[in-house]
Ligand binder design. Structure first.
Ligand code: PLP
Length: 285
């Protein structure tokens, strides 16, 4: 396996950043995860646009133009002969002696890219659905930025893991679900509408969320971008959680409540089919 680190392709096993890297010191960076299917990155333009936005919001300089970023990515996929998996991209504020304010302008941002093959949920998870737990959302107030500062997400995911669940849906102070620790949260309401929280600083603008919304609308489904409570989710017709590596993963239990008789719902299955067609066609870039 080969990784890209600040201009060099290196064997993954020994690829390393400096100990004074801002990512190491402060988690002062942002990232993207792009799925690769049959050697093609999926929804790449969306991921590059979100990366750009995260950099702008964090006031981190672009390590290279988007065009070059795409080329490095393609080269990394090629060198790894990656067919199905992910590319992980991290950009952070670079290497400088530890001090909280930004380093001087001449300090270049760090760019790291790695690949991994064969990520994604198991057959069983897709066919049977998965349980999630809910917990208070204790993350920061700019969840729209794809920051590498993921400590609350790590703690939430571990809590889910220890509870035998797949994901930890985060709940705001008013009892509304924001999103999962690494996924966007969805339900199908009692009226049969597809519901997911609208975009603002409270959640990450998932690229899969965006694609699923477009596919659902094109398919004629009723879509409502609005917040929903834990209670509504527990009583929903269907529930699922989405991300780049998952597509729409059926959720069949929320805490102790069984959702949709404990089996993946038909609308969720339909969305999975639409998304599968998307990544086999228009989603390839
Ligand atoms: N929400 C959070 C907090 C995430 O970390 C992620 C992905 O890692 C998502 C949602 C889903 O985003 P995407 O569909 O772009 O993978």
């Amino acid at each position: 396996r080969v990784a890209y680190v600040n201009g060099r392709y290196q064997p993954h096993a020994v690829a390393a950043v400096h100990i004074e890297d801002r990512g190491m010191q402060f988690s002062d960076g942002i990232y993207e995860v792009v799925a690769v299917v049959d050697g093609h990155p999926i929804d790449l333009s969306g991921h590059i646009a979100r990366l750009d936005r995260s950099l702008t919001e964090m006031r981190i300089a672009r390590p290279m133009p988007s065009r070059s970023l795409r080329l490095v990515m393609r080269e990394l996929v090629r060198r790894n002969r990656l067919s199905n998996g992910i590319v992980y991209i991290q950009v952070n504020r670079g290497v400088y002696r530890r001090d909280h304010p930004f380093p001087p302008a001449h300090v270049a941002p760090s760019l790291v890219m790695t690949v991994r093959s064969g990520v994604g949920p198991s057959r069983t998870a897709i066919e049977n659905g998965v349980p999630v737990i809910t917990m208070p959302d204790r993350r920061w107030a700019r969840r729209d930025i794809k920051s590498v500062s993921l400590l609350p997400n790590v703690l939430a995911k571990e809590a889910a893991h220890e509870a035998g669940a797949w994901e930890a849906w985060q709940v705001d102070r008013d009892g509304y679900i924001t999103e999962g620790a690494s996924t966007n949260a969805w339900i199908v309401s009692r009226d049969g509408a597809l519901v997911t929280r609208p975009l603002n600083d409270d959640i990450l603008a998932g690229i899969t969320r965006q694609s699923l919304l477009a596919l659902a609308r094109a398919d004629g489904m009723t879509v409502e971008e609005r917040p929903f409570t834990v209670e509504e989710a527990k009583a929903a017709r269907e529930a699922f959680t989405s991300s780049t590596t998952l597509s729409a993963l059926p959720v069949v239990r929320i805490d102790d409540a069984v959702v949709a008789n404990g089996v993946p719902g038909s609308l969720t299955r339909r969305l999975r089919e639409l998304y599968a067609a998307h990544i086999a066609g228009a989603g390839r870039e």
